[in-house]
Ligand binder design. Structure first.
Ligand code: FES
Length: 655
């Protein structure tokens, strides 16, 4: 097996939506049949942008040609009336096309008079924007709820999970409609289909409840009938399945608020710390894939128990789960052979998974709860990054922003509403402090911050205890400070001892040797023996240098693709847990990020998890995840003629 940190395949932006029944709302809509449930006339093709202006506010947005007007509004926080969430069944999403062309669709005559059609009235969820439009949005009849999620985003609440309380007439000789038809007739704004499992319990629930029931519809499927009025209680769980940690957030879909959040170490850890080692395990042992699936299922199941207990929610009231994770994690969780991900040409089994249930991930929630899994751009730009782009609104923002998820495989995206390019840079494990002489995880005893001022070395140690080692953020800080004070030169070499004792007499005794290797002692740990100290070695500096050069080459190539330089970048978003601890100043000093004003370099936190939450709260935002798959252009680094020169240029530390 090629164990180089791999790059993703070159055709990563092509989705598989046409090959398998993907989990997107549009794919599911086709099941019930008829115009009422067909997707808008054509999907956005992503090739061309159109401009929409919404009246009366005058807000302007740019979206791919073919995007439904309803989605364009929704993605940009403009509320249009709806109770069906864009499924074409409620007829409430009335808008008037003031300028531009939108042909009358098959559903429009059912919602509007001939005069209204002439005046330009259309159903927004069926109206595809294929040219520039001015659209009048009438005042809302109902006030939509919104939740704050992602990076400062207001998400209009419209979960896939809907409940309707129904009080039905009992059948009689005069009214012999079927049980199912009686329910469907009462569901005015929804037209779900049902499964054989649903039919098995339908009749008995109707009769035992005295025909007073709550219909539970998830996306376009009637997944349950519950006795009485249970409309106030509907929940979902958003999972971020990481290689190291799995996070679960229990969401109240009525309010959009998180009820409980818990995280656990991924129980796959004994099979290796990174994705390549876990893939290797499956190649060496035919039992390993099953064991790895079972381990992550156990982790997720434990989290379900914990969040439901904390939130005082019956797991049966969790009607859907949403999941983001890197491609390997999703393959392993679903028992799909991950071997092709580890070898050139690094091919994924599919970009969009077929419909799967929560039970396919081994979790016990509502037995017919579906699982929405984020699509992936390629083998090394997975659903976690698509979720991160959704949470940050990267593809919808006018500002040019750089998104970096720093890790063994670092994902990088650069763009705005006009165009987004992405790549994956194999940075190796330096940022996780693996293969660093005194490296350790960010755990108690790890130096996570370093400051040099004059002759003083001050350390931030996790748990305020004696230092045991150094974690990734401490490593970056240490190198940045040493370059800044001049003990490391810009090429990453410790300066000669004589120079050090002249320029930094108070620090020069820390610059010493272990064997033949030069080291800088960060903490002597109460003795004078450098071997017992916590130190930074010349080789450690080199490890970091290669890692940061790989990432910097990635974003430099993306800037070249867009024809821009640093000065165009409005914001750098550092995603993931490592990004949360990285000091912007140190990141600039080692050249990990472009040299822009420090307040513009922000830690975006766990944006993947935020994306999973957003997908649970809004079906329109979820559709955006599939749009990202079509729109974002993947840039392959390995085949580029300019890669080597640029990599060499990026090896130096700017200081
Ligand atoms: S018909 Fe319900 S949103 Fe368009």
């Amino acid at each position: 097996m090629d164990r180089r940190p791999p790059g993703p395949p070159g055709d990563a932006r092509r989705g598989d939506a046409g090959l398998v029944s993907g989990p997107s709302p549009q794919r599911r809509l086709g099941v019930a049949g008829g115009d009422a449930v067909s997707p808008p006339s054509a999907p956005a093709d992503g090739a061309e942008r159109v401009r929409l202006r919404f009246l009366p506010e005058g807000a302007e947005v740019r979206v791919p040609s073919g995007t439904p007007v309803f989605d364009a509004a929704s993605w940009n926080g403009i509320a249009i009336d709806s109770t069906c969430g864009g499924h074409g069944t409620c007829k409430k999403c009335r808008v008037r096309i003031v300028s531009g062309e939108v042909p009358v669709g098959p559903l429009d005559p059912r919602a509007f008079s001939v005069d209204e059609l002439h005046e330009g009235w259309r159903l927004a969820c069926r109206a595809s924007a294929r040219g520039d439009l001015v659209v009048e949005v009438p005042p809302l009849q109902t006030r939509p709820k919104a939740a704050l999620a992602g990076v400062g985003r207001h998400v209009i609440l419209r979960p896939a999970v809907q409940k309707r309380h129904l009080v039905l007439e009992e059948p009689s000789m005069e009214d012999q409609r079927s049980d199912l038809q009686r329910v469907l007739d009462a569901l005015e704004d929804l037209e779900p289909h049902t499964s054989i499992e649903g039919l098995r319990v339908l009749g008995s629930v109707l009769r035992s409840s005295g025909w007073d029931v709550t219909a539970v519809v998830c996306d376009q499927e009637l997944i349950d009938l519950e006795p009485g009025d249970t409309t106030a209680r509907r929940f979902a769980i958003a999972f971020d399945v990481g290689t190291t940690t799995v996070v679960a957030t229990l969401l109240d879909l009525e309010s959009g608020q998180p009820v409980a959040v818990r995280s656990l170490l991924n129980r796959q850890q004994p099979f290796g710390a990174d994705v390549i080692t876990r893939i290797s395990a499956t190649m060496m042992d035919s039992e390993a894939l099953g064991a790895l699936s079972a381990r992550v299922h156990e982790t997720m199941a434990s989290l379900v128990s914990e969040v439901c207990a904390e939130g005082e929610v019956d797991p049966r009231e969790v009607y859907e789960i949403t999941i983001c994770g890197n491609v390997t994690m999703m393959h392993l969780a679903l028992g799909i052979d991950p071997e092709p991900l580890s070898m050139a040409p690094f091919v994924v089994s599919t970009h969009s998974l077929p419909e799967v249930l929560a039970s396919d991930f081994g979790v016990t929630v509502h037995p017919r709860a579906p699982a929405f899994v984020f699509p992936s751009l390629g083998a090394y730009v997975g659903g976690d990054i698509v979720a991160g782009m959704l949470a940050t609104g990267l593809t919808r923002d006018r500002r040019l922003r750089l998104f970096i998820d720093v890790g063994t495989n670092s994902e990088i995206a650069l763009g705005s509403v006009d165009r987004v390019v992405a790549t994956a840079a194999p940075a190796g494990p330096a940022f996780e402090a693996a293969q660093i002489r005194c490296g350790m995880r960010a755990a108690p005893g790890a130096i996570e911050g370093v400051k040099l001022s004059g002759d003083a070395v001050s350390l931030d140690v996790i748990g305020d205890q004696e230092p045991v080692g150094i974690c990734g953020s401490g490593l970056v800080d240490a190198v940045a400070e040493l370059v800044h004070c001049g003990l490391l030169d810009h090429s990453g070499r410790f300066i000669p001892d004589d120079d050090a004792s002249q320029s930094h007499p108070g620090l020069s005794d820390r610059l010493t040797k272990i064997g033949e290797e030069r080291v800088f002692v960060l903490d002597w740990r109460g003795g004078a023996d450098p071997e017992r100290a916590v130190f930074l070695s010349q080789r450690d500096v080199r490890e970091l240098q290669f890692a940061k050069a790989s990432i910097a080459t990635g974003w430099n190539i993306l800037m070249r693709e867009l024809g821009v330089d640093d000065s165009y970048i409005s914001q750098v978003l550092l995603a993931g847990s490592f990004g949360a601890y990285l000091t912007p100043l140190s990141a600039v000093r080692i050249g990990l990020v472009p040299r822009i004003a420090l307040p513009r370099i922000v830690s975006a936190g766990n944006v993947a998890g935020e994306g999973a939450k957003i997908a649970a709260l809004s079906v329109r935002e979820r559709a955006e995840a599939h749009s990202i798959l079509r729109e974002v252009e993947y840039v392959e680094l390995s085949g580029r003629a300019d890669f080597n020169d640029m990599f060499v240029d990026q090896l130096s530390f700017p200081g």
